[in-house]
Design a protein around this ligand. Sequence first.
Ligand code: PMP
Ligand code: GLN
Length: 385
Amino acid sequence: MATVSNISSKLPKHETSIFSVMSKMAYEHDAVNLSQGYPNFDTDKRLKELVYEAMLDGYNQYAPLAGIALLREQIVNKIESLHGKKYDKKTEITVTNGATQALYLAITAFVNPGDEVIVLKPAYDSYEPAIKLNGGIPVLVQLEGEEYKLNFDSIKQKISSKTRMLIINTPHNPSGNVFSNAEMLQLEKLLEGTDIILLSDEVYEHITFDEAKHHSASAFPNLSKRAIICASFGKTFHNTGWKMGYCVAPEELMAEIWKVMEVNVFCVHHPTQRAFAKYLETPKHYLELGEFYQEKRDTFLNLIKDTAFKAIPSKGTYFQLLDYSEISNESDVEFSRKLIKEFGIASIPVSVFNKDQVDYRQLRFCFAKTNETLEKAAEILKKIK
Ligand code: PMP
Ligand code: GLN
């Protein structure tokens, strides 16, 4: 018997995240798991030691709400050296419990009931529930074509007097697309003269390939003045389970985010902040990440080149989309389940992220894996015809 009978769910249609579903299935079927996005290799031992050293040194009580000064300073210096924008380390940055919390804080701080938030689909699955929990209305715009390009006319058509926020994500999960400089300039133009807040999810900022470059919203003055930029140490330093990230924004916006942060968690894990502050003193720890993952992407693409799957090489992130339309006409959800159960390989069906769950017969594979795992995966993919 239910203990309380009149529960009114705030998310009545919410389904368990596809990442949990596929990782669980992969585990149950002992499948090679290229579904949920996380590395299957370890984070740097030195970084782990730094956390432990901070604990031994006594940094075991609450940190300041915005994060410790040493870490905030490292982050603002990193952004300035990469994108030329100097954030104020005292008033324009908050260290968060991963990028997911940063996104949630930003949405909660600014989205009021009835406000519209434009979400570009396919999209990371935390955005829409966070908007709905705050009474907001997600307004969905699909990225277009094989490379999931921005269509500025479609976005413009969806802007109304109720539009409070636009969420972008570059480098983009799941497509692997990276917005160009020209696209960021167009975005600047589109938002000119509006009061729309830009929520820029840049968790894969250091993972770009070939000639693609990451263009942060911080590098564009007419975007940065309205932007909340979210980042994730988990993605950059191979420790997604530590759940550490941050956001930066102009002072007036950050002041509102702090109000939510204070009642939400107050502050995040203190010794880990000490560790990252020290680790960030060596820029090569993040500057070499693109090269590291480019090798993984190239290895994966090379290993699967003789399979019946078709790929447009990912430009960024650690995901590669594979088109299976020459193999099967099954829906991507059915096909991905079949691959786990019958072939022992797990991926993510892309339709779950798309507007109206449109299905382009594509699966997302995470190549943040050891070469041994990528080789095993390729052996399996070769057998699927
Ligand atoms: N945004 C995107 C696009 C992501 O893929 C992820 C995934 N992990 C996140 C945000 C969340 O990052 P974190 O793990 O730091 O919360
Ligand atoms: N962002 C990761 C992915 O896209 C998963 C994060 C999560 O499991 N919530 O696979």
